[in-house]
Design a protein around this ligand. Structure first.
Ligand code: G4P
Length: 526
């Protein structure tokens, strides 16, 4: 089969939300529709339960479960849909950011009662930077929540998205009666906990149809007509191209747990969502339909089980056809590699695959060869762009407590950083090492793993830091001046890039004022 047919069948996306908004539930309903699972509850929540936040082993165990659900593929309407899972726990936000580099679109789930929450803001900001097409699903309509118009305003303001409702709720909470699908002009009526997968949709081609008053009662029908009219007058007609270019975000309403509004979402998604998109490299754009295979590693998952200390590197196929047991180039190491057991993930199952196409995610068993961002190709030297590192928000000094094991400590630190567990900075002035993380949990994970996997022992020492800023300027003199004046605050990241470690937001502001020719970035592209 030709590559372009395969490419056109693929839709690769991620679901993002603040914890508890309903991401896991929605994922599961989509898999049920796709027939990838047969019963609800089959997808283990990768959600790290709140009570477990002090117990990182438990968290790792749950993360272990989530490897199996890292990618969930299913077939629907002759399409191959890949859902990339994203950890909800904010301490693993970096994992989520990186996963977002491997998708072609995202669905944002928002709780109708809670509205836009902090984690959602951060994740949408990352998606918008990359102009990823975004669909919004407003969930839990079976509960009382915010007024739909207010919520749309909130989404526009807090997330910076221009929205366009494509479905509209009929009531909410106790009076929730269904969802009117504006895209197809169909009305779906709600029955709590309905397990329906057959089409129960009542078709109302014209909202003026008096049948509507009978179906949902006169008052609700009047409100629906008024609100739909208002939507049509406020928002421009929907154009899928503006969605695919990341300018407009269609909005759907529903209740994932009741399986309501989910089919509307899925049907529309499959019609409008982008097929695998081209990817930018430092050298050139890579189009998916190029004959030669290329891909990059966006996530590495280490197994904490001492009996199975393998790692799985997740490869996003960007172009061409990937094949099992064929020699490919690992660009950074300039080494040929062959993969005898590349794995595909199907909900709760894993299987060895012979080939994969752009948009697919393949798991590669790794004994420490990969780091995040690595390119694999048929021979061409390419460096994929757009895999950012974000400034950590928590920092600690590393104090080696066993000088006999210095080598092990350095090796362990290097490998863990390659996996993307945390970031390592080395101060220029004294060579001291600082670990920076997004969440406090990683500190425990690192200490535990370095001891158990590498035999190194060390302690943390507190360090008062606000954020790390990567430093850029076209004026070399300006960089030299910053370096001279702020030497004790300068460090290198693990790739040797110069970083300014700001003690406080205020210190950052002062540095910017004193060094106007310098750009301080709190993200870096790998
Ligand atoms: P997450 O992955 O985004 O963290 O959320 P998850 O799907 O786990 O959902 C969080 C909670 O919200 C779950 O309840 C889930 O059942 C509930 N939920 C999801 N969709 C809806 C909805 O449409 N309406 C209502 N009313 N609730 C919804 P829980 O009590 O935390 O877990 P569980 O014991 O029910 O699994």
């Amino acid at each position: 089969m030709s590559i372009s047919i395969e490419i056109n069948k693929r839709r690769t996306f991620g679901i993002i939300s603040h914890p508890d908004a309903g991401k896991t539930t929605l994922t599961e309903k989509l898999l049920l529709f796709g027939g990838a699972i047969q019963i609800a509850g089959a997808v283990k929540s990768n959600k790290i339960k709140k009570h477990a936040t002090s117990d990182f082993m438990e968290i790792e165990r749950q993360r272990g479960i989530s490897v199996a659900t890292s990618v969930m593929a299913f077939d629907y309407n002759n399409l191959k849909i890949n859902i990339l899972d994203t950890p909800g726990h904010q301490d693993f936000a970096e994992d989520t950011y990186r996963t977002l580099t491997a998708v072609d679109s995202v669905i944002v789930v928002i709780d109708v009662a809670k509205g836009v929450e902090s984690q959602t803001e951060k994740l949408v900001a990352v998606s918008r930077r990359r102009k990823t097409p975004i669909i919004v699903f407003i969930n839990k309509l079976d509960r009382e929540g915010k007024d739909a118009f207010d919520l749309l305003d909130e989404v526009e303001q807090k997330l910076g998205l221009k929205v366009r409702p494509l479905s509209w709720p009929v009531g909410m909470g106790q009076s929730f009666q269904g969802v009117y699908n504006m895209y197809e002009q169909k009305l779906s009526l709600f029955r709590a906990h309905s397990k329906q997968f057959e089409d129960e949709t009542t078709i109302i081609e014209d909202l003026a149809d008096p049948r509507l008053d009978e179906l949902i009662n006169e008052r609700a029908a009047k409100t629906l007509r008024e609100e739909v009219e208002m939507v049509e007058s406020i928002y421009d007609p929907f154009d899928p191209e503006t969605y695919r270019s990341g300018e407009i975000s269609p909005v759907f309403f529903g209740s994932a747990v009741n399986n309501f509004g989910v089919k509307e979402l899925l049907d529309c998604f499959t019609q409008i969502a982008p097929t695998p998109l081209p990817r930018e490299t430092e050298e050139r754009f890579v189009a998916p339909d190029e004959a030669k295979f290329t891909g990059f590693i966006f996530k590495i998952h280490a197994n904490m089980d001492p009996n199975h200390r393998d790692r799985i590197a997740f490869l996003r196929i960007c172009s061409g056809k990937f094949e099992r047991n064929v020699n490919y180039l690992h660009v950074r190491n300039n080494k040929k590699m062959r993969f005898s057991n590349p794995t595909a993930f199907m909900a709760d199952k894993k299987s060895v695959i012979d080939e994969a196409y752009p948009g697919d995610i393949v798991g590669l068993y790794d004994s420490g060869n990969f780091k995040i961002g690595d390119a694999i190709t048929e021979g061409e030297v390419l460096h994929f762009k757009g895999i950012p590192r974000f400034s950590p928000e928590q920092f600690r000094y590393v104090l080696n407590t066993d000088p006999m094991k210095t080598k092990q400590l350095h090796k362990g630190l290097e490998q863990l950083m390659d996996e993307g567990v945390a970031q390592l900075f080395t101060k220029d002035i004294n060579g001291r090492k600082i670990i920076g993380t997004v969440g406090a949990l990683q500190f425990e994970v690192i200490q535990y793993r370095l001891k158990h996997e590498y035999g190194a022992s060390f302690e943390y020492e507190p360090v008062q830091l606000h954020k790390a800023y990567w430093v850029h300027s076209t004026d070399k003199k300006a960089i030299d001046e910053l370096y001279e004046r702020r030497r004790r605050d300068m460090a290198r990241d693990k790739d040797g890039k110069l970083v300014f470690l700001a003690e406080s937001a205020w210190a950052m502001q002062v540095a910017q004022e004193n060094h106007p020719k310098i750009q301080f970035y709190n993200t870096s592209e790998l």
